[in-house]
Design a protein around this ligand. Structure first.
Ligand code: NAD
Length: 513
């Protein structure tokens, strides 16, 4: 269907794929633990992967450590040149890669292509960054002394990624890590390993063409078990993990116990505030795409809509007009806006959350059905739901990774809305729609949104790679991608140089030798 066979051929994805790659070599093809990957779009088998063993993991870490000895000595702008070539190869393969993202994960084709574009963009960003790994210079308090700080490569970076951004999140980490002089080991989600295999083929071509050693970009296929090996491994100074808060708590604990660095990008429970001064025409576009785009499976998906009571009915009616017309269907078909959920467990989670929220007093306004029929093969298509609810409901406090939008009413001033917005355990993305400057500034102030991302007159979902991405509280506190997020991939060193003939001691200490 949709030329997937030729896409797989072009990307080097086989019926049965090996368990790991050190960049140049593949291994673990004969491992007995395997996983079959079916497309959520139509339930068809796409391919199979082998799972890496602990011995495979050991081999990968050792190869990575060895490669680090060479890679860290390559001048940063030269490392940038390799990343530039990776970006160009991704441009060449944008179409098939985007298709595979869409077919394996279920997001619509335009989003699949958008995800590959994000990879290209972060490559460009990283190339520029490779000449800008700046430290500060300081004035010493001692005469004839000079002080500065510098950033050195850190070592092996472990990257654990989630199914919903099967390749972009890896590139945010791996491309910055690469220009910083680090080597990386990527453990993609066991739900979406094939597109990772495809990307690793592209990486291999670039390494080969430049006669670079194996071990700079490694891939390892597996589930939580391999993730745990990485988390516990003292040879991996930084573990960057994207996924559920449940996973992040485990990884954070294990990495913390060995005093390693953990960069955690976890669940969100994102809200849009609509005040009485909102431009509802633009707001509705943001709300609908934020809530139903990627079938509600973005970490930045809009899950709560906090609406001023004076416009509540108007907003509800507008949504009730839009929701029945949502184009739901095959993600590869042009015109589709909402594709399937990733798997049966996600569909169950959707249904269970809707049942639970109604038990708590929530009112299901529309949606919630599991769609059946020829148009919806595979059993993973659902009708996005709107629910009138209260912020304190248990169900509303949780992140359900599905297209459910909770409509929550507030009255009074914007501070009441901000309190509701902040009144959850997660802190990823937030937004306010208002044309009132006082409301907007209150939302952005130190007493405003407590999230890592706070937007005005633009929705919660999606982010530009130029900004630092991540969130507070149970979202994990990590930042990746743009701004100065690169610093976590390096070790900082403060240097003091004395070019005088004295050795002045601090604190006025005097002694003779
Ligand atoms: P998940 O937590 O089930 O899995 C994510 C990754 O962690 C997978 O690679 C998995 O194998 C691995 N993993 C699971 N348990 C582990 C453990 N104990 N130790 C080590 N590794 C382990 O998440 P998912 O279903 O793939 O993705 C959806 C979740 O990811 C949502 O909660 C979403 O909000 C979150 N997410 C967050 C961001 C962000 O940037 N904040 C981005 C994308 C997704």
């Amino acid at each position: 269907p949709h030329g997937i066979k030729s896409v797989l051929r072009e990307l080097g994805v086989e019926a049965r794929n090996p368990a790991f790659s050190t960049g140049l070599k593949w291994g673990g093809a004969t491992n007995t633990k395997t996983r079959a990957i079916h497309s959520p779009a139509d339930g068809q088998l796409i391919g199979e992967v082998s799972f890496a063993t602990a011995a495979d993991y050991e081999q990968v870490v050792q190869t990575a450590q060895e490669a680090f000895q060479t890679w860290r000595l390559v001048p940063a702008p030269k490392r940038g040149e390799i990343v530039r070539q990776i970006g160009n190869k991704l441009r060449d393969y944008k179409e098939p890669l985007g298709k595979l993202v869409s077919y394996e994960m279920g997001k619509i084709l335009q989003e699949g292509l958008g995800e590959v574009q994000e990879m290209i963009d972060i490559c460009d960003f990283a190339v520029g960054l490779s000449r800008q790994l700046h430290g500060f210079t300081m004035h010493s308090e001692r005469p004839a002394h000079r002080m500065y700080d510098q950033y050195h490569p850190l070592g092996v970076v472990g990257i654990i990624s989630a199914f919903n951004f099967p390749v972009a999140v890896w590139s945010w980490n791996a491309m910055l890590a690469a220009v910083c002089g680090d080597v990386s080991i990527w453990k993609p989600s066991e739900k979406t390993p094939l597109v990772a295999v495809a990307v690793q083929h592209i990486i291999r071509d670039v390494l080969k063409e430049n006669e670079l050693p194996e071990g700079i970009f490694n891939l390892i296929i597996g589930d939580a078990e391999i993730g745990q090996l990485m988390a516990a491994d003292g040879r991996v100074p930084l573990v960057s993990a994207t996924g559920s808060t449940r996973m992040g708590k485990k990884v954070g604990e294990v990495v913390g116990a060995r005093l390693g660095r953990a960069l955690l990008e976890l669940g969100g429970n994102n809200a849009i505030i609509l005040t009485e001064h909102a431009d509802l025409d633009i707001a509705m576009r943001a709300v609908v795409f934020g809530a139903v785009g990627t079938a509600g499976q973005r970490c930045t998906t809009t899950r709560r809509l906090i609406i001023h009571d004076s416009i509540f009915e108007d907003v509800k009616q507008r949504l009730l007009t839009i929701y029945p017309k949502l184009p739901i269907g095959n993600p590869l078909t042009e015109g589709t806006l909402v594709g399937p959920l990733i798997d049966e467990a996600a569909v169950r989670g959707f249904s269970e959350a809707l049942a639970a929220v109604q038990q708590e007093g929530g009112k299901l306004l529309i949606g919630g059905q599991i769609l059946t029929g020829d148009q919806y093969p595979g059993g993973n298509y659902v009708q996005p739901a709107l629910v009138e609810a209260e912020n304190y409901y248990h169900t509303v406090q949780e992140e359900t990774f599905a297209p459910i939008l909770y409509l929550i009413k507030y009255s009074g001033d914007v501070e009441a809305a901000i309190a509701l917005q902040n009144g959850v355990r997660q802190g990823l993305s937030s937004s306010i729609f208002t044309l009132n400057m006082r409301e907007a500034e209150a939302f952005l102030s130190q007493a405003g949104s407590d999230c890592g991302i706070a937007n005005v007159n633009i929705g919660t979902s999606g982010a530009e790679i130029g900004g630092a991405f991540g969130g507070e509280k149970e979202t994990g506190g990590g930042r990746e991608s743009g701004s100065d997020a690169w610093k976590i991939y390096m070790r900082r060193q403060t240097n003091t140089i004395n070019y005088s003939r004295e050795l002045p001691l601090a604190q006025g200490i005097k002694f003779d030798i």
